[in-house]
Write a protein that binds this ligand. Sequence first.
Ligand SMILES: Cc1cc2nc3c(=O)[nH]c(=O)nc-3n(C[C@H](O)[C@H](O)[C@H](O)COP(=O)(O)O)c2cc1C
Length: 422
Amino acid sequence: MADLRSLFAGIRSPNPFWLASAPPTDKDYNVRRALAAGWGGVVWKTLGEDPPVVNVSSRYGAFNYNGDRLVGLNNIELITDRPLAVNLAEIKSVKRDYPDRAIVVSLMVPCVEESWKRILPLVEETGADGIELNFGCPHGMSERNMGSAVGQVPEYVEMVTRWVKQNTRMPTIVKLTPNITDIMQPAGAALRGGADAVSLINTIQSVVAVDLDAMAPMPVVGGLGTHGGYCGPAVKPIALRMVGEIARNAVTRGLPISGIGGISTWRDAAEFLVMGAGTLQVCTAAMHYGFRIVEDMITGLSNWMDQKGFATIDDVTGRAIPNFVNWNQLNLKFRTLAKIDQDACIKCGLCHIACEDTSHQAIAKLHIDSARRYEVIDEECVGCNLCAHVCPVDDCITMVPQPVEGVLTWPHHPNNPARAAE
Ligand SMILES: Cc1cc2nc3c(=O)[nH]c(=O)nc-3n(C[C@H](O)[C@H](O)[C@H](O)COP(=O)(O)O)c2cc1C
């Protein structure tokens, strides 16, 4: 049986599944129920200085697509709106009762050293296992020069991380904002500041929809709307890329990464792990389906690891990184061809229409004995995958790799002007 125990930046948990800092980790009641359901750890909803912030009503916007709900979730919430002392007392009591779980406390205070010096000993006193610096919240707090207002300036990320490391013995995870062009800038800054790990992604700045009656972005608050933070399954591709980028970069290689962004199933979790994550944080999926989803995640990941022969989480972390390369390293000689399983085909014609109208005119529509039939024209097929992606029948269209002779990458290709100049 696979061993799911995790040791991440000095923080132990019985499995790598943590709840991300958000409403599911906002208070004692939620956190206890989550831990009872089997979560390996939690990152407590971000604490700030008193007096607490004030939240608005309503708070969430949804991106539903083709009948699937919460493909994306957008929120305009701030950090915790409960008094600091109440949160600290609850954290202490939860940690006392669940000593084997990772209890990490998310923090966001003004960008002055005194504020950090004040709050760190209070958190340490709770017995929490570590802290996460919220440099990511993209709305409300950023207008108060916190959250992503810090995370978008690498110099600030480095400076605040250094202040924190100088004033606490707790492992420090720096949570990065994706609202930046080059994720390596804040990641490198966190490392220089002494971070023990990074976590990403926080939410993506977004307007999720517009209410066409109220004529305002959603969620509408008394006739007005604002941009919020986007998360859920829709953001997974963005998060995976950023996690992989940090994992493969020579500067940050080896820096522990807590992967966040759209993780809803064990398969998502496995993908984040092989792209370099050591632990996984979940928010939207728990808000959508409840805490018990962790059971499927644990069982699924464990079964997959057994099948693949991976004994520990460390065996899995970063497995795909050697194969995550720059475009220039791809083999231009490699080719795949679409193949249609005629028995599975329902003759809907979508593959033909997509290819004929928008791609390479490589799927012929034939009429044989008054029946429709779709056939791939091998000479025209470039192996783009579009037909397989639009086909509504699983595995009806497969992409078949062709025999490859040798390797030719762009730097060595005769069409590359740089090579011609050599
Ligand atoms: C309603 C809501 C509130 C959130 N509050 C916080 C917060 O206080 N601190 C923080 O670091 N991240 C916060 N987040 C971001 C999540 O921790 C997480 O980074 C993000 O939702 C991506 O994960 P997901 O796709 O699994 O939801 C919040 C997210 C949501 C949906």
